[in-house]
Design a protein around this ligand. Sequence first.
Ligand SMILES: *[C@@H]1O[C@H](CO)[C@@H](O)[C@H](O)[C@H]1NC(C)=O
Ligand SMILES: *[C@@H]1O[C@H](CO)[C@@H](O)[C@H](O)[C@H]1NC(C)=O
Ligand SMILES: *[C@@H]1O[C@H](CO)[C@@H](O)[C@H](O)[C@H]1NC(C)=O
Ligand SMILES: *[C@@H]1O[C@H](CO)[C@@H](O)[C@H](O)[C@H]1NC(C)=O
Ligand SMILES: *[C@@H]1O[C@H](CO)[C@@H](O)[C@H](O)[C@H]1NC(C)=O
Ligand SMILES: *[C@@H]1O[C@H](CO)[C@@H](O)[C@H](O)[C@H]1NC(C)=O
Length: 390
Amino acid sequence: MCICALTKTSFQTNVNMNFYFLAQITVQLVATLVLGGIKDMCVNYMCMYRLYDDKGRLNTDPISGLHCKSVHLCFFEYQQSDNSVRLPFGLAFNITSFQRFRVDLKLVPKMKLVASVQIPFLKFQSIASRYGSHRTFIKTLLDFARNNNFDGLSLKFLNLYDTVDVDRVSLASLLTNFRKWIATDATNRSLPRLTLSHILTAQQNMLKESASINFFHRFMDYTILAAMDMALSVDYPTHNAPLTGSTNNVVSSLRHWLSNNDTRRKLFLGIPLYGILYNLTDSQLNSDVGATIISARKVCYFRQNTNVTFSFDTKEQVPFMNHSQFWLGYENRLSLELKVSLMIQSKLAGVAVFYVNDDDVSGYFCKEGVFPFMRYVYMACLNMNYYATG
Ligand SMILES: *[C@@H]1O[C@H](CO)[C@@H](O)[C@H](O)[C@H]1NC(C)=O
Ligand SMILES: *[C@@H]1O[C@H](CO)[C@@H](O)[C@H](O)[C@H]1NC(C)=O
Ligand SMILES: *[C@@H]1O[C@H](CO)[C@@H](O)[C@H](O)[C@H]1NC(C)=O
Ligand SMILES: *[C@@H]1O[C@H](CO)[C@@H](O)[C@H](O)[C@H]1NC(C)=O
Ligand SMILES: *[C@@H]1O[C@H](CO)[C@@H](O)[C@H](O)[C@H]1NC(C)=O
Ligand SMILES: *[C@@H]1O[C@H](CO)[C@@H](O)[C@H](O)[C@H]1NC(C)=O
C-alpha cells in the first residue's frame, strides 16, 4: 500500500487563515476515529473519468499514479429505443483499450472499474410500472457490466427532479429486483457482486425532492453527490461549486442530504476539477451566453496571462480570476482542501473527483507534476487525518 510523504504544516497554515468551521473539526475527527471510519475516507477516493469530450471525441487520458479506489467511466447512456447501453455521439466503446486502467493494481490493489449509465428518469419510471419489463431492463445492465468486466454500475437519473408524482411502489419493486438479480448474478457466475450506486446532481431543483433522494439511497451501496454545476443556468458570473454563501452551495446541498442520518456513511462528496469561464463582452447581465467549462489544466494556462487579477471570494470560499472581459471561477488547492475538510467534518464515506481527465494529466500545463489537483485532494484528506490524531 502506497502512502505518500506528508506535508502537514502547509495545510494547517491555510486552514487557520481561511476555514471557519475547522475549530470543531478535531473533536469530531477523533470521534470518527474511535468509530474506525476515518482511514476509509482517504482510501475511499472515487475517480470519475470523462469518456468523451463535448465535441464527441473519445478521451484516452491516462490515470496512472493515483489513489483511486474506483474509476467511474462517465457516462454511458441507456437507450430508450432498443433497450441497450451505449456511448453517445455514436462512439464505439472497446473495453480492451481501457484495460490499462487496471495496470496500477500494485498501487491500488483493489481499484474497481464502474460503468456510469445515464437513464432518462421517465423511461425508468415506465419500466418500473410494468413488471414484465423489469427483467429485460436489469438483464441489459447486468450483461453490459459483465461483458465489459466492470465491477459495478452507477446510475444517473436524468430529469429526476422534474417528476412530481413518483410511483414509489413500483420503483421500489424494480430496485428490489435489481438488488436480487445482482446477488443471483454473482452466485451464478461465481464472481464478486457488482456494486450498485447512483450519482445525484446538487443543483437548486434537487432541494424540492428530498423524499425521492432518501428513497433511492435505500437501494444503493453508495451515493455520489455531484456538488457542482450550480452556475450553468444563471445570467451573471457565478461560481461552479461555491462552498457557502450563495443560495445554492455545497454546504446547503449536503445539509439537505444529511437530514437523513443513514445516508452519511454511504455518501461521497463530488468535487469538480473544472471551473466556468464567462465572456462578458456583450453585457454583464447577459453573460451566460459565453459560459464555458474550463478544466483545471486549462485554468493553469489561463492564469499565465500577464494581466490577470486573482481573487478569493471569502463569502463563497472559492477563487476566481479576471482580465479584460473574462471572468473565471475555478478550484485551487485551498478550495479543494476546504471541500475535503467539509467531507471529513460531515463524516461522509469519501470524495469523488469530477473528472480525472480535467486534471493536468501530463504535468505540462501547471508545472506542478502530474495530476496535481487530485494529489491536493488526496493529501488534504491524509493530512487532516494526521491533523486530527497529531
Ligand atoms: C479493441 O481495442 C484493441 C486495442 O486498441 C484492439 O486490438 C481490438 O481489435 C479492439 N477490438 C474491437 C472489437 O474493436
Ligand atoms: C442464474 O441462473 C439461473 C439458472 O441458470 C437462471 O435462471 C437465472 O436467470 C440466472 N440469474 C441471473 C441474474 O443471471
Ligand atoms: C441524526 O443524528 C443526530 C446526531 O447524532 C441526532 O441528534 C438526530 O436526532 C438524528 N436524526 C434523525 C432523524 O435520526
Ligand atoms: C467573447 O465574446 C465576444 C462577443 O460575443 C466574441 O467576439 C469573442 O470572440 C469572445 N471571446 C472568446 C474567447 O470566446
Ligand atoms: C496588459 O495591460 C496593458 C495595459 O493595459 C496592455 O498594454 C497589455 O497589452 C496587456 N497585456 C495583455 C497580454 O493583455
Ligand atoms: C476583476 O474583478 C474585480 C472584483 O470583482 C474587479 O474589481 C475588477 O475591476 C475586475 N478587473 C477587470 C480587469 O475586469
